[in-house]
Design a protein around this ligand. Structure first.
Ligand code: WT7
Length: 573
């Protein structure tokens, strides 16, 4: 593995020139004065993202450039104001959405997704975006936990929605060729034609719910992380400090809105700053990605280590065929950014790749490499102004530099989650060490205040930048008729960071074959999602369990790494 090295600070048109001074002077209240609500007292994030720019004379500016294999379209801020107004009317009048209702969006990345997303927020709903690759079990869990009232989806994805098992679901809006509207199903195209564009925006309180992202922990089903309207303060401010948004930027965030990066930084941060975004539908291909940068003249690019590693492994001859010289600023999030990848970025784009650290729960960036900062390859950077981060021990005591411990953040930043949906116990579990939010990551801080990621404290697995709870996969595995017991861990993979490995004991009468491994892999893939399926399976006679019957993943990890298994005093037998 490549050792760390340093890259000097960038110089340019940066908003945060003096980190130390800003850090000591800054208060989040200062970041609010730029919003219209500061004068009007009326709050709605969709208004601030779209309508405000039209009111300020920027209606003709392009807000969204969309392309996939069959479509190539662009929408101005005025277009999106008009269309999201219609979508809000549709949701209010036909789908009966009132303030606080959960409206879920489960569809591929298309302009309609963004229009419905904005429309739902305008109507005062709490939006729940779902990744299009989710299968039936994953969809059911999220819609039933949140008691979603409305779902926006496509006819193709409808087969994965177990409508009969979702008593709270009152309407489904179908985007695509449909048979038309009846009481339950609403035909998007037809309803949009009829809807009035002039929607009276639902004004919200700062602390009203805005978005619900489901994410995994080490135990239990995925949990709904709730963010409120005033989170936008931090989205907007970090858009300037970290993403370095300027008036004429063309910005491409490669994340799907089903994940928090795709909303906080795919939608909120750029549009709050009036910046043009690029959205590319369809699957990953190295050629298409380079072409997307060239064709759109992308200036700012926010992606993930997994994606960079896939591009890296496609070779350096490929990017040489494209004009990538418009790129000014490149960023990464989701998993450790290897020094190898930073070196590659420097060679291929002549750009520093800036690592950023944050989580679904933090709602926005927390620890980052800002443009004016020297980069120490392999470090996540330093806490942003307004953020107090520290390494604490298990009693909440701050640890000195270069000591590994729990990465924790002082409570109270604007985009902090406000609840775990229907689960105050899970929410409180994050705040057991006084005023600290405990991230679940272990890290250390060096003598210059740079933070270095070391791993997860719990059993959460980051694979291809996506977060998998082992429990969710284990629960699915034991539904398979051949599986008696299952334990799941993450193991290292050069491209995906980690992949999922399952240890399985079989029921009587089943034989441990390669064909069965494949069948079990497919079973999880078809039930949950491809990224949750175990790419490696080991069949074992018996799995290590505690006396209370909990599978000891620690022992599975030791097996995998050929390490001593440690203290087994709690083992079953
Ligand atoms: C977990 C959060 C919000 C962005 C997407 C992931 C890991 C995130 C980094 C980084 C090393 C990172 C952590 C964190 N992570 N950024 N720069 N370096 N690890 O959000 O799905 O909520 O996952 O992703 O382990 O706890 P998420």
């Amino acid at each position: 593995m490549l050792k760390s090295f340093r890259l000097p600070a960038d110089h340019g048109t940066h908003v945060l020139e003096d980190y130390a001074k800003t850090r000591s002077d800054f208060d989040w209240k200062q970041a609010e004065t730029g919003f219209s609500w500061f004068q009007t007292g009326k709050i709605n994030a969709a208004y601030e993202m779209i309508d405000r720019h039209v009111a300020e004379g920027k209606g003709n500016k392009i807000a969204l450039r969309y392309s996939d294999a069959t479509r190539d379209e662009q929408y101005s801020f005025a277009d999106l104001m008009h269309l999201s107004g219609k979508a809000a009317h549709l949701l209010r009048n036909q789908a009966e959405v009132v303030k606080g209702d959960r409206v879920f969006i489960f569809m591929p990345r298309t302009p309609e997704l963004y229009i419905l997303f904005l429309g739902a927020i305008k109507a005062g709903a709490i939006v729940g975006p779902l990744f299009e690759a989710f299968m039936e079990d994953a969809v059911r869990d999220r819609l039933s936990d949140s008691e979603a009232k409305v779902l926006c989806t496509t006819p193709e994805l409808l087969s994965r929605v177990p409508v009969d098992e979702l008593p709270h679901l009152k309407h489904i809006i179908l985007i695509g060729d449909t048979v038309g509207t009846n009481g339950f199903y609403i035909d998007y195209k037809q309803a949009m034609q009829e809807a009035n564009a002039d929607f009276p925006i639902e004004w919200m309180a700062r602390e009203d719910g805005m978005i619900l992202h489901y994410t995994s922990g080490s135990t239990g089903k995925p949990k709904g992380v709730l963010h409120v309207h005033q989170a936008m303060i931090q989205h907007a401010q970090t858009g300037r400090w970290v993403l370095d948004f300027q008036e004429d930027d063309i910005y491409w965030c490669t994340a799907d809105p089903g994940w928090v990066t795709g909303t906080s930084y795919g939608v909120f941060a750029p549009w709050l700053n009036g910046v043009t975004i690029v959205v590319r539908g369809g699957r990953f291909s190295a050629e298409d990605w380079y072409q997307t940068i060239e064709k759109n003249k992308v200036t700012i690019w926010y992606s993930a280590p997994t994606a960079f590693r896939m591009l890296l492994s496609a070779g350096n001859a490929l990017p040489a065929k494209y004009n990538l010289s418009t790129l000014r600023h490149v960023l990464s999030v989701g998993e450790p950014l290897n020094p190898e990848v930073i070196k590659w970025g420097w060679e291929v784009f002549q750009k520093r790749i800036h690592d950023t650290w944050w989580m679904t729960e933090t709602g926005a960036q927390m620890i980052c490499n800002i443009p004016t900062m020297e980069i120490k390859a392999g470090s996540m950077g330093k806490p942003l102004p307004g953020i107090t981060a520290a390494i604490v021990d298990d009693d909440g005591q701050e640890l000195p530099p270069n000591t590994m411990g729990n990465l924790a953040i002082k409570k109270g930043w604007p985009s902090m989650m406000r609840a775990i949906w229907n689960n105050p116990e899970k929410y409180n579990a994050y705040f057991t060490l006084n005023d600290w939010y405990v991230s679940g990551d272990s890290a250390y801080m060096d003598e210059d205040g740079y933070f270095w990621f070391q791993g997860r404290v719990d059993d959460v697995i980051m694979t291809s930048g996506e977060r998998i709870g082992p429990f969710e996969v284990e629960s699915k595995l034991v539904e398979h008729p051949a599986v008696s017991e299952a334990g799941v861990i993450g193991i290292s993979d050069p491209i995906r960071g980690k992949i999922i490995k399952a240890f399985i004991s079989l029921r009587e009468g089943f034989e441990a074959t390669e064909a069965l491994k494949h069948e079990i892999y497919q079973f999880v893939k078809n039930g949950l999602a491809a990224h949750a399926a175990p790419r490696q399976i080991d069949f074992k006679e018996k799995l290590p369990k505690t006396r209370s019957g909990k599978i000891m993943r620690r022992v599975l990890k030791a097996w995998e790494l050929n390490l001593p298994v440690g203290d087994l005093s709690t083992l079953e037998d």
